[in-house]
Design a protein around this ligand. Structure first.
Ligand code: 5GP
Length: 207
């Protein structure tokens, strides 16, 4: 996949880190950012709508999409499939939008392997205790699910070393401002401005 203008930003973090809220604030404050809506086979949680949080599909439909190479990456997370549809991501990057994927660590590393320029951001809670507290408040899971998710959250935090940045979510608005600062700094990197510099040196003839 070839990037034209936009940045591909990958955000992960354990359940209970508050990724969703931080990203909602980020998108509200940064109009060039587009959220990639994943496809999943899990059941919608209360209030979730098809085509908003996720595209909800059957296992058969999901497996058909795998066969058709429709995913940039996909994973089995807990008992369900989750995947990033590739077409929309490519289209929006080509239109110059920055695209954010909110995906699990395994999927994120797969994206980084395929697409070295991806900017990897890990969102973390400030304290270990916050994970279980936040999950309990959401209370959509059974007690058993809660224990599984809390343990796997701790495992996921070990993977933060593979990311470029960590954003500590003590306050969702501040977390969003941190993500926007990261995006803006990435855009100023020399490696992302080679064409611009060449044009300054050689004039508009050099592309
Ligand atoms: P949830 O069921 O709480 O919405 O999501 C469970 C986990 O799946 C989260 O860690 C979330 O980031 C991850 N996830 C959501 N969409 C995708 C996706 O398209 N690909 C991958 N690999 N993980 C995803």
């Amino acid at each position: 996949m070839e990037e034209k203008n936009g940045l591909l930003i990958v955000v992960s973090g354990p359940s209970g880190a508050g990724k969703g809220t931080v990203l909602a604030h980020t998108i509200a404050n940064y109009s060039k950012l587009r959220y990639s809506i994943s496809v999943t086979t899990r059941q919608p949680r209360g209030g979730e709508k098809d085509g908003v949080e996720y595209y909800f599909k059957s296992i058969e439909e999901f497996e058909k999409m795998i066969e058709n190479n429709a995913f940039l990456e996909y994973q089995r997370v807990y008992d369900n499939y989750y995947g990033t549809p590739i077409d929309k991501v490519k289209e929006q990057l080509a239109q110059g939008y920055d695209v954010v994927l909110e995906i699990d660590v395994k999927g994120a590393l797969e994206v980084k392997n395929r697409y070295r320029e991806a900017v990897m951001i890990f969102i973390s809670p400030a304290k270990r205790e916050t994970i279980a507290e936040r999950l309990r408040k959401r209370s959509t899971e059974s007690e058993e699910q809660l224990i599984i998710r809390t343990n796997s959250a701790i495992e996921e935090i070990k993977q933060a070393v593979f990311y470029d940045y960590i954003v500590v979510n003590e306050d969702a608005h501040q977390g969003a401002m941190d993500i926007i600062s990261i995006i803006e700094a990435e855009k100023c990197k020399i490696k992302n401005n080679k064409k611009f510099i060449d044009n300054l040196i050689y004039g508009g003839n050099q592309l």
